[in-house]
Design a protein around this ligand. Structure first.
Ligand code: FES
Length: 114
């Protein structure tokens, strides 16, 4: 059976308190992963509103990094100025839901307060 974009995508999320949770998101959601995570009650300050500028949605891709699209120039510029960024860092606001996220495991690192 072929995978369709509307099928759920399963992710593993480790929050800032160390709690790990498996979630399913719509594979064809029309908003970015940061916004999707907010719908699961993960707090995201998201000062820039998802423009890749503030790094409040900074996350570490624990598993599946090789399946993600390459970061764009704005994401790279922002990651370049985050003191705790590593080669596994991404900005969840710059990732759109899709089948490439299937099985991804990530850890939330950015700011969660308002
Ligand atoms: S919400 Fe600001 S960089 Fe992602």
């Amino acid at each position: 059976m072929a995978f369709t974009d509307s099928e759920p995508v399963r992710l593993t999320i480790k929050d800032r308190s160390g709690n790990v949770r498996n979630i399913e998101i719509p594979g064809d959601a029309e908003y970015n992963l940061m916004e999707v995570l907010k719908t699961f009650s993960y707090k995201m300050r998201a000062t820039c509103g998802g423009m890749g500028l503030c790094a409040d949605c900074h996350c570490k891709i624990v598993d599946g990094l090789d399946r993600l699209p390459e970061p764009g120039w704005q994401e790279l510029e922002t990651l370049d100025v985050i003191p705790d960024a590593t080669p596994r860092s991404r900005l969840s606001c710059q990732l759109m839901p899709g089948r490439y996220l299937q099985g991804i495991s990530l850890e939330l690192l950015g700011a969660d307060h308002y």
